[in-house]
Design a protein around this ligand. Sequence first.
Ligand SMILES: [Zn+2]
Ligand SMILES: [Zn+2]
Length: 169
Amino acid sequence: MRRSDSISSISSSASDEETMQIFVKDISGLNTIPLTLPSNTSIHTLRTLLALRTNTSPTDLRLVHAGKHLSSPLATLLSLDIASNSTLHMALPLRGGMPPKKIKCSFKECVRAAQRITGDCSFCDGKFCGSHRLLEDHRCEGLEDCKKESHERNAERLNSERTVAIKGV
Ligand SMILES: [Zn+2]
Ligand SMILES: [Zn+2]
């Protein structure tokens, strides 16, 4: 109470529009942009302002304060409890959501990444790396049934069938 009383007495003309200074660190973290703004400045306005200053598109700009992403464009500095002399951080959005997950080769202890599509085995539903993608190389379990009646000469045929299956994907 007393705080706002003293402020309004200093700047009586600005009535309830308190101005405050905040600092915004740019994406590199090397530059700090000082800004003097009314405390009722919205995040949307702040973002637009910063986008102009830094040559970024406002939609590409995310603001972080005290580890929290300021996601609501209508929220004001005041409503977010951002005090004078606070430092905000600029960050870039995460594009396309989660980064694509690397699929590990299904073969036992193999730690290599599975090949996309060509590493899929249509017999055992495994996903394999370049050196395990052939039925023989990952000792395909889906092949077990066939093996009982198959002989080595059949391996070649199965292999070509597999290739056909892959091409059909
Ligand atoms: Zn492998
Ligand atoms: Zn398999």
